[in-house]
Design a protein around this ligand. Structure first.
Ligand SMILES: CSC[C@H]1O[C@H](OP(=O)(O)O)[C@H](O)[C@@H]1O
Ligand code: ADE
Length: 295
C-alpha cells in the first residue's frame, strides 16, 4: 500500500467491452486477495510512459459478472492494496438526452444511486463512519480528463448526472422518462457503490461515461439491446484507450496529496469511539482505513 501523498499509481476499471489494456510495459496479471472477498478478476500491473498502472476488468475477463454480482468492496480494497491512489472508471452508459448521442463521452460529476442489492460501505457494526460524497468525483481528475479529451478533439461533455440503476434488465419506458424528468443525463448499472467506496478508501475517482445508446425513451431510435451496446463500444473503446494514453502523463506529475481532499476523506468521518471498536472489523479495514485507524 502506498501513502496517499506519495507518487500516483493509476487504477483503471474497465467496463463492458474493455477487458484488458494493451501497450503496457512489464505487464503482469496478479491475483490479489482482499479482506472483503474475491475481486472480479486478477489485476493487470504495468507501466505506461513510466507511470505505474493497475487495471481491473470490472465484470471479469469474458464478462462473467452481472452488475448485482460484482463485489465492489473487494475490487476497491484490492486496488488500495495494490497501491492505487487514483481511479479512472470507464463505463458504457445509455443517454437520457437528445444532445448526447452514441459515441459521446461524458465526464460525469454527479450520481443518483438507485441500487438496492449491494454492499455499499466498508464500515458497519463495530466501526461506523460517514464520509461526504457531496462531490463524488475528483474534480482534479476531471480537469485532466477534460484537457486530454480536448487535445484529442473527442466529443466529450464536462459534467452530467449518471443515474445508477440495479439492473440487470434495462429500464422500462416509464422509468426512463422518470429519470429524464429528474434531469439525469446518462444511465448505467455500475458506478455505485463503486464511487462511494473509492471515497471511503481515500482514492480519487472519476468516470468516463461512454454513450452507447438512447436507452428506450427515444422515439426515433430502437430500444437498447446488448448487441447495440457492444457495436458502439467497439468504437468507443479505441477512443477510451487514446484518452487514457493522453491523460496519464498529466496525472503523473502529482507529488502531493489531492488538493480536493479525496486522500483525506476519512479525517472527519469515523464516529465509533476507540473503546467501542470491534478489533475484527478494524483488521479488515487495514488497507482502506489504516491511515486513520492506525496499524
Ligand atoms: C452491456 S450493457 C449493460 C452494462 O454495461 C454497463 O457496464 P459498465 O459500466 O461496466 O461498462 C452497464 O452499467 C451495465 O453493467
Ligand atoms: N441504456 C442503458 N441502461 C443501463 N445501462 C446501460 N449501459 C449501457 N447502456 C445502458
Amino acid at each position: 500500500m502506498a501513502e496517499p501523498g506519495s507518487v500516483p499509481v493509476i487504477g483503471i476499471i474497465g467496463g463492458s467491452g474493455i477487458y484488458e489494456i494493451d501497450g503496457l510495459k512489464n505487464a503482469e496479471w496478479r491475483k490479489m486477495t482482499s479482506s472483503f472477498g474475491e475481486p472480479s478478476d486478477a489485476l493487470l500491473f504495468g507501466e505506461l510512459d513510466g507511470q505505474r498502472l493497475v487495471f481491473l476488468p470490472r465484470h471479469g475477463r469474458g464478462h462473467k459478472l452481472s452488475p448485482s454480482d460484482l463485489n465492489f468492496r473487494a475490487n476497491i480494497d484490492a486496488m488500495k492494496r495494490a497501491g492505487v491512489t487514483e481511479i479512472l472508471s470507464l463505463s458504457a452508459v445509455g443517454s437520457l438526452r437528445e444532445d448526447l448521442p452514441p459515441g459521446h463521452f461524458v465526464l460525469v460529476d454527479q450520481f443518483i444511486d438507485r441500487t438496492f442489492a449491494r454492499q455499499k460501505s466498508f464500515f458497519g457494526p463495530g466501526m461506523v463512519a460517514h464520509v461526504s460524497v457531496a462531490d463524488p468525483v475528483c474534480g482534479r481528475l476531471g480537469d485532466h480528463l477534460a484537457a486530454a479529451a480536448g487535445e484529442l478533439s473527442l466529443p466529450c461533455r464536462r459534467g452530467g448526472t449518471y443515474m445508477v440503476m440495479e439492473g440487470p434488465q434495462f429500464s422500462t419506458r416509464a422509468e426512463s422518462e422518470l429519470y429524464r424528468s429528474w434531469g439525469c443525463d446518462v444511465i448505467g448499472m455500475t458506478n455505485m457503490p463503486e464511487a462511494k467506496l473509492a471515497r471511503e478508501a481515500e482514492i480519487c475517482y472519476a468516470t468516463v461515461a461512454m454513450v452507447t445508446d438512447y436507452d428506450c425513451w427515444h422515439e426515433g431510435h430502437d430500444d437498447v439491446t446488448v448487441d447495440q451496446v457492444v457495436q458502439t463500444l467497439l468504437g468507443n473503446a479505441d477512443k477510451a484507450r487514446a484518452l487514457i494514453k493522453q491523460v496519464v502523463p498529466k496525472l503523473s506529475g502529482r507529488r502531493d496529496i489531492c488538493d480536493r481532499g479525496c486522500h483525506r476523506a476519512l479525517d472527519a468521518a469515523v464516529i465509533t469511539q476507540a473503546g467501542a471498536r470491534d478489533p475484527v472489523v478494524m483488521a479488515r479495514l487495514d488497507a482502506v482505513a489504516g491511515r486513520v485507524l492506525g496499524g
